[in-house]
Design a protein around this ligand. Structure first.
Ligand code: SAH
Length: 270
């Protein structure tokens, strides 16, 4: 599949620096006083090498979802790719699933969920801020095009989840414990609740809310660390910088009958 008019692409220089642009026939891309016509990029294969007017060399690539997310316009803090990847498996997001999420933020998680559930599934986002909602919708359409399996409610999710028999509820907002009663009502039995929280007091509060509801079992909390490595000749070692903290994931399973699970009974891992 060659690069098309209207598509988002990344130009990557020799040092790995990334510049994002949207291809438009007839337009000229400017970079440090050098230029290249968009028409020279349209029709190229993904991964082609190109040279600007002054000789600077770049590779032109269709961004992966993770690359796109890191370069797209952001208002709210997006979820990092390492956490997006983990969320998909720990919330067990599958093709055809109905997933309720809040808030939409910049749309990073929304896009990840939309791809994972596919067109036979559905992602329902709740968001209280119109400015974030607008930017997120633009970000989503720029990468995924028009999607028919996304619904947005512009409201506080704690005031009510309109959907029933939901497969997964995924929350990236500051007070997910306020949403636990609604998640209990909306989730089908066997459904999964997942929250993404940056601080420990928040995690304690959501876990206590999940335990107190009596509706959840298999409640677990963890974090993941991604440590990049430098592999260059004999310099084979961890990189000098890393993102040392993003957030804790808390995952819980909705049970069929109201029961109180003794946290000491929950097995380590799964
Ligand atoms: N997951 C998003 C980032 C979310 S940032 C991404 O990957 O891009 C948190 C968002 O939650 C913000 O947009 C904020 O406005 C919204 N929010 C906070 N509380 C909310 C609530 N009670 N209901 C709905 N949205 C809420």
């Amino acid at each position: 599949m060659t690069l098309k008019d209207g598509e988002r692409v990344h130009l990557v220089d020799r040092k790995g620096r990334v510049y994002a642009l949207t291809l438009r026939a007839g337009k000229i891309h400017q970079h440090s006083g050098q230029t290249i016509a968009h028409d020279a990029l349209i029709g190229l294969q993904d991964g082609s090498s190109v040279t600007l007017s002054g000789g600077a060399k770049f590779v032109v690539l269709r961004p992966t979802l993770a690359e796109y997310i890191m370069k797209m316009p952001r208002g709210a803090q997006v979820i990092y790719p390492k956490d997006l990847a983990t969320i998909l498996v720990w919330a067990d997001v599958y093709p055809g699933a109905t997933v309720v999420e809040a808030g939409i933020g910049s749309g990073a998680l929304t896009m990840t969920l939309l791809r994972a559930v596919g067109e036979s599934g559905r992602v329902v986002s709740y968001e209280i801020r119109d400015d974030f909602a607008e930017r997120a919708l633009e970000n989503i359409e720029r990468y995924l095009g028009k999607v028919g399996h996304h619904v947005l409610h512009r409201k506080d999710i704690a005031l009510g989840i309109e959907e029933q028999d939901v497969d997964r509820v995924v929350l990236d907002l500051p007070e997910p414990w306020r949403v636990v009663p609604e998640a209990v009502r909306a989730l089908r039995s066997g459904g999964i609740f997942l929250s993404y929280l940056p601080t420990v007091p928040q995690v304690v509060q959501v876990v206590e809310a999940l335990q107190g509801s009596g509706a959840f079992g298999m409640i677990e909390t963890f974090e993941t660390l991604q440590r990049p490595w430098n592999i260059e000749g004999r310099s084979v070692r961890p990189a000098l910088r890393m993102v040392a903290h993003s957030a804790f994931l808390t995952v819980a399973r909705k049970l069929a009958a109201p029961v109180v699970i003794d946290p000491d009974d929950v097995p380590e891992g799964r």
